[in-house]
Design a protein around this ligand. Structure first.
Ligand code: LMR
Length: 490
């Protein structure tokens, strides 16, 4: 039996649905034979007038490939034996394996025991999710600053479908409450950020962040931009381990950023997807968010994910919160947040949130998790040192984009990623010639490396840079436009 779907619209309408006057002219579309209908299909439509077939969903345009996930997919499809996946920001062990944290396994054992004892169930959570998890999560990011805010009732919070779901909810809330808002994003930023806000009809703009000259933060550019923004502008900031640049403000710089926020009454939106993985210390990695939350009277948004730091990628555990001016506003914002969730996914998944709440809510488990996070951050640092050593050992030239002419940024940047400075053409050559996969912006996931593969990456980069230089040298010198114009005029 053929499984080819066969739609027979008959001569007058879609089954019992009458065609609207502006319905597409079905007969002008592909005939069933164009679509590869089988004999069985033809039989099933026998006796009705076959006017051809068309999809009511025909308006769908092909979507551009995802800049990050498409690279992982290409890696998976590559039959080469020696290949390297540095595309997606997921943690891997020193053996290159995915990791289920020990504290997570222990929390799951406890949760299962509770279920067996009839004390835990799989009933719906309310739309805004596991409230204890939300409070504990905010405490983890904002420290003591959250206690007073929670006590004052000026926090609207909800469990989110991890970080991306939290950003989407934040975007929906902004569209509802500040429909003409522009969301100001760092340049560069996670490539999905602009699309999340634009998808709900918000505008985005970019503020200076990464300084290619120094490989560090363009603090002056950033502060000048923030100080020129209209009051109440929404500014997205990465809490730590900036994705993709690996460049974070220092404590002193965060204080300056917080002062600019206060000066212009800006609304920071803190995206915290890597807390703990920048410095290895969860509190230190919350310092930026805490500096912003300490601005008197600040209203801000926080979005947290436990995908990376707790390894809960597929559990989709996260929290979105709007810190409001007072209890009355927060209570209405909370109602709208819950309503928005009710109309999207209705209520969030429970398992990941229950794991997080179990770990965050018990001091011993929390300490055990902190140790594991520290271990993960240390491995990322080890990979930085190992890659730098491999690049030096094979005498790899610096990236052509580096104004400093060095690979020093590999060890200076922090967190999951190194922003290599490789150009899209070099990234393509690495992929096609050496089976090394990364997004076109040249970002590599340091967790994708092991001591065994750092050398492979370094020699692959060297080969690509040399090949490019050789090619440029062999190319006949291009004629300067002015000389060309003069020649054609003559
Ligand atoms: C990344 O930047 O690689 C991660 O945040 C995974 C993702 O969803 O893009």
């Amino acid at each position: 039996m053929s499984l080819t779907p066969s739609w027979n619209f008959g001569s007058v309408g879609f089954g019992h649905i009458a065609l609207p006057p502006n319905a597409p002219n079905l007969s002008s579309h592909k005939s069933s034979s164009d679509c590869g209908a089988s004999g069985a299909d033809e039989e099933s439509t026998a006796g009705t007038e076959d006017v051809g077939r068309v999809s009511v969903f025909d308006a769908a345009k092909a979507a551009a490939p995802d800049p990050i996930l498409s690279m992982r997919d290409q890696y998976n499809a590559d039959p080469a034996e020696r290949k390297l996946n540095l595309a997606v920001g997921v943690y891997r062990t020193a053996e290159g394996k995915p990791l289920v944290l020990k504290c997570v396994q222990e929390a799951e054992t406890k949760l299962l025991a509770e279920q067996e004892a009839g004390r835990a169930f799989k009933e719906y959570l309310p739309p805004d999710g596991h409230s204890k998890f939300c409070d504990l999560s905010l405490k983890l990011l904002l420290g003591d600053a959250i206690d007073g805010m929670l006590a004052d009732g000026r926090v609207a919070a909800a469990q989110s479908i991890s970080g991306t779901g939290g950003l989407h909810l934040a975007a929906r809330m902004l569209k509802l409450l500040m429909p003409d808002a522009t969301v100001h994003l760092p340049a560069p930023t996670w490539p999905i950020h602009p699309d999340i806000f634009e998808a709900v009809g918000l505008s985005v703009a970019h503020y200076p962040y990464y300084d290619a000259e120094t490989g560090g933060l363009d603090l002056d550019g950033m502060l000048a931009y923030l100080r020129a923004l209209p009051h109440g502008s929404v500014v997205l900031m990465h809490a730590c381990a900036h994705n993709p640049s690996g460049v974070d403000p220092t404590a002193v710089q965060w204080a300056q950023i917080a002062a600019a926020v206060r000066e212009r009454w800006l609304v920071p939106m803190v995206d915290a997807a890597y807390q703990g993985l920048a410095t290895g210390d969860l509190d230190e990695d919350g310092a930026g968010a805490r500096a912003l939350a300490a601005v008197p009277g600040v209203e801000m948004i926080t979005v947290q994910s436990y995908s990376k730091n707790m390894g809960l990628y597929a559990e989709r555990a996260g929290v979105v919160a709007l810190l409001c001016a007072d209890r009355d506003v927060a209570s209405r914002v909370q109602q709208q947040l819950s309503r928005t969730i009710r109309l999207t996914h209705s209520s969030p998944p429970q398992h990941g949130a229950a794991i997080c709440a179990t770990i965050l809510g018990e001091p011993e488990r929390l300490q055990a998790w902190k140790r594991e996070v520290k271990g993960m951050a240390e491995r990322l640092l080890e990979m930085r040192a190992a890659l730098a050593a491999s690049l030096a050992k094979c005498e790899c030239p610096p990236p052509t984009t580096s104004k400093r002419g060095s690979w020093a940024h590999v060890t200076e940047q922090r967190g999951m990623f190194t922003y290599t400075g490789l150009t899209p053409a070099q990234v393509k050559a690495l992929r096609e010639t050496h089976h090394v996969y990364m997004p076109n912006d040249g970002r590599i996931s340091m967790a994708g490396l092991t001591t065994a593969t750092c050398g492979m990456l370094a020699t692959a980069i060297k080969d690509v840079l040399h090949a490019e230089a050789k090619h440029a040298f062999a190319e006949p010198a291009t004629e300067l436009p002015a000389a060309k114009r003069a020649r054609s005029a003559a």
